[in-house]
Design a protein around this ligand. Structure first.
Ligand SMILES: N[C@@H](CCC(=O)N[C@@H](CS)C(=O)NCC(=O)O)C(=O)O
Length: 265
C-alpha cells in the first residue's frame, strides 16, 4: 500500500522513514544506489523526472518532495500526529520544513560532497571520460554545474563557505529554540525535529559537531531523538557503514578548514 523509493543515507529519505516508523506504518520500497546513478534510469525518471529520492507511492498516488510526503503522511494517517494543534506552533513547525527547501537541503549536499562524497564519485570514475559521462547523465544543467564544482573543487569550492554560513545561522536558531525546550517547537516531538535531525546528524558524521560546541542543548536534543524508536528504525537500521567510515575519515581531515570557515563569520 505504501511504497517508498529512497536511499539508505539520503537525508530527505531518512526524514520520511522516521515519520513512517513514528506512525508505525508498514511499507515496502526500493533503495536506489545514487552513486551508481539509479535515480537517472529511464524507469525512475518516469516516476520522478527530477531524478531524486524520496518518492512515495500510495494507493495509486505518486507524491514527490520529502516535505510534501511527510505532511501527506501526517494527514492521511492522523494517529500519532506530528504537527502541533496550536496554529501558531503548526506554522512554526512548517517554518523549519520550509527552511530545508529554501536552501539548507542544497547546503548539506554541498558540505557532504565537498568533504566526503566527491571521493566516491572520483573513485567510481577514475578517468576524465568516465567522469564526464557521470556529469552528463545529470538531466538538469544547474544541478550538473553544482555537481561538477563540488566534485572537482572539493574543499576549495566557493559554495562551501556559503554552506557553512547557512549552517552557522541554523545552529544559532536551533540553540535559541532549544534553550528552554526539549523540542524545536512546542512541548512534544514534531515534524520539525524529524526534519532537522538528519541535517544535524550528517554534520556529526562529518565530524563537524565542533560547530555547535558552545550549545550543549543541541547534543542533548540529538540524544533525545536518538532514543526514539522512529530514529532507531528509520535512520539507525539503515546506516551504511561504508558511508559513515568515509564521512568520518574525510571529515577529520577537513576539520581544520571547516572550523576556520565558520570561525571567520
Ligand atoms: N527537495 C527534494 C530534494 C530531493 C533530493 O535532493 N534528494 C537527494 C538525496 S537527499 C537525491 O536524490 N539526490 C540524487 C543525486 O544526488 O543525484 C526533497 O525534499 O525531496
Amino acid at each position: 500500500m505504501l511504497y517508498l523509493y529512497h536511499n539508505d543515507m539520503s537525508v530527505c529519505a531518512q526524514k520520511v522513514r522516521m515519520v513512517l516508523a513514528y506512525k508505525d506504518l508498514d511499507w515496502d520500497g526500493s533503495n536506489l544506489n545514487l552513486r551508481a546513478g539509479e535515480q537517472f534510469s529511464p524507469d525512475f525518471l518516469k516516476i520522478n523526472p527530477k531524478g531524486v529520492v524520496p518518492v512515495l507511492v500510495h494507493d495509486g498516488e505518486t507524491i514527490l518532495e520529502s516535505n510534501a510526503i511527510v505532511q501527506y503522511l501526517d494527514e492521511v494517517f492522523p494517529d500519532a500526529p506530528l504537527l502541533p494543534q496550536d496554529p501558531a506552533e503548526r506554522a512554526r513547525a512548517r517554518g523549519w520544513l520550509i527552511r530545508l527547501d529554501a536552501g539548507l537541503h542544497e547546503q548539506v549536499a554541498v558540505i557532504s560532497f565537498c568533504v566526503a562524497f566527491r571521493h566516491q564519485v572520483l573513485q567510481r570514475h577514475p578517468t576524465e571520460e568516465s567522469l564526464h559521462g557521470f556529469f552528463s547523465r545529470i538531466p538538469d544543467p544547474g544541478r550538473r554545474a553544482v555537481m561538477e564544482d563540488m566534485v572537482t573543487n572539493g574543499l576549495e569550492s566557493p559554495r562551501l563557505r556559503l554552506a557553512a554560513l547557512a549552517y552557522g545561522t541554523l545552529i544559532k536558531d536551533m540553540a535559541a529554540a532549544l534553550a528552554n525546550s526539549e523540542w524545536l517547537v512546542g512541548g512534544k516531538v514534531s515534524l520539525a525535529d524529524f526534519a532537522i535531525l538528519p541535517y544535524s546528524e550528517r554534520l556529526e558524521q562529518l565530524q563537524l559537531s565542533g560547530w555547535w560546541s558552545k550549545y550543549p542543548q543541541l547534543d542533548q536534543w540529538l540524544s533525545r531523538l536518538r532514543d526514539t524508536q522512529a530514529y532507531k528504525i528509520g535512520m539507525g537500521e539503515w546506516n551504511n557503514p561504508t558511508y559513515s567510515q568515509l564521512m568520518r575519515d574525510s571529515g577529520l581531515e577537513a576539520w581544520p578548514k571547516m572550523k576556520a570557515l565558520l570561525a571567520a563569520q
